[in-house]
Design a protein around this ligand. Structure first.
Ligand code: RNT
Ligand code: ZN
Length: 418
């Protein structure tokens, strides 16, 4: 059997070589690109700080058993993810994943509440990214946080984001790799606003105050994440794309594009090269939108492949910070996690196995038929053999073996968590 796999790879290597592609180079390249895996798939974005239900423009649906209930369970589940996904990984935390026995308010969080996560990351040799949590909390008033007309509300959330930035910078320093601190707020209105400008001016003022504190870029990278609409705020979103793009251009923070946050025919793959004309760094939340939901588990679909292509063919491996963001509680959560993360790896590998320079030259020469012929012929190549080899070299399983391992893990933990 081993032999058949090896033969399969040798055959695939030759098929790609006929297109001028070196499979060894492609695998080595993709293995260096970090993908930040969101911790919140493991427990439906509950976190460890309160028992309040999720609210504020996002929703998790499904009641599949086995959600992680505490730090130990979440870390154990994440270890399964690390062991089943190839490539370079980071973990993406939210402020509500603070680990503490005392009751601590969101505007009083400190680095010490995340020291256990830093130890976890250190021992697994992975980086950490971070997010302030501005939802599922009583200080969200009338659906608003940083854009609230209530000064107390606004001040509370400014303090929260400020302490998150300080924590994130400290994490980046400890781990020797910059921590991305991404800000998303659900602020918006259900129905037609009487003023669209005033909340945006208040958000702008809040951001100015938040980002007036400077940290070294080798510790902290800040990003802001826009959205077109959220559940319950269908008519107006304060932090829309234009708002944050203009803010980022003016202030020097990064834009984070979540591909579930745009109108259905708008694609992030097309936005990436536009942004690369102007920004040194951009961040992504890779997800899958389905109708009104922006957060289904990532599948190996055309748009995912196109996103990966725009990163790889523009040599933006170090400019685009890739993160995942989805939450499915209707299936085994580790499976949802692993499937999406594997698919990101597959898309990057497919992109790295594409003769993009040759095809770009054809485009410039006006040979559009050639581009089409190449693109379609590439779909016939034995990608699966290269991916299986990539996984094998990294000591992780591929194919249904992954599913079998997750089933075995589930059989072990479900009785403990019942
Ligand atoms: C919500 C945003 C945001 C969240 C996470 C939990 O629409 O995508 O990124 O999903 O912060
Ligand atoms: Zn997101």
């Amino acid at each position: 059997m081993e032999n058949i796999l090896e033969l399969g790879y040798e055959y695939a290597k030759a098929r790609y070589a006929a297109f001028g592609i070196d499979t060894e180079e492609a695998m080595a390249r993709v293995a260096k690109i970090p993908v930040s895996i969101h911790c919140w798939q493991g427990d439906d974005i509950h976190g460890f700080l309160s028992s309040d239900a999720l609210s504020g423009g996002i929703q998790v649906t499904g009641n599949y058993p086995g959600a992680a209930r505490n730090p130990d369970e979440l870390m154990a589940d994440f270890d399964r993810v690390l062991a089943l996904v190839p490539g370079k990984k980071r973990i993406n935390l939210h402020a509500i994943y603070a680990i503490t026995d005392e009751k601590v308010e969101l505007d009083k969080l400190e680095y010490k509440h995340f020291a256990a996560w830093v130890e976890y990351a250190k021992s697994r040799n992975i980086g950490i990214d971070f997010n302030p949590t501005l939802f599922s909390h009583p200080m969200v008033k009338d659906g608003l946080t940083l854009s609230s007309p209530d000064e107390e509300v606004r001040a509370f959330w400014i303090r929260h984001v400020k302490c998150c930035r300080e924590i994130a910078a400290q994490i980046g320093k400890e781990l020797g790799t910059p921590c991305l601190n991404n800000l998303w707020i659900g602020d918006g209105l259900k129905d037609v606003p009487a003023s669209r400008l005033a909340p945006r001016m208040r958000l702008k003022a809040s951001l100015d105050e938040i980002y007036s504190v400077k940290y070294p870029a080798e510790y902290l990278v800040d990003s802001v994440e826009s959205k077109v609409f959220g559940i319950g705020v269908e008519s107006y979103t304060v932090g829309n794309s234009e708002f944050y793009q203009a803010y980022a251009a003016q202030s020097g923070v990064c834009c984070l594009m979540d591909n579930g946050h745009y109108h259905p025919t708008e694609v992030v793959s097309d936005k990436i090269p536009s942004m690369l004309c102007f920004y040194d760094k951009i961040a992504l939340h890779v997800t899958r939108g389905v109708r009104w939901d922006s957060d289904h588990a990532v599948l190996l679909e055309d748009e995912l492949k196109e996103i990966a292509l725009e990163i790889i063919r523009n040599n933006a491996d170090e400019k685009v910070m890739i993160g995942l963001d989805y939450f499915d509680a209707s299936i085994n959560r580790v499976l949802a996690w692993v499937t999406g993360a594997q698919n990101m790896q597959k898309a990057l590998l497919i992109a790295a196995l594409t003769p993009s320079d040759v095809m770009a030259k054809m485009q410039d020469d006006g040979n559009f038929g050639g581009v089409m012929a190449y693109r379609e012929a590439l779909k016939e190549l034995p990608f699966g053999e290269v991916y299986a080899e990539y996984c094998r070299r990294q000591g992780v399983p591929s194919g249904l073996k992954v599913y079998e391992e997750i089933c075995a893990y589930e059989a072990k933990i479900l009785p403990e968590r019942a």
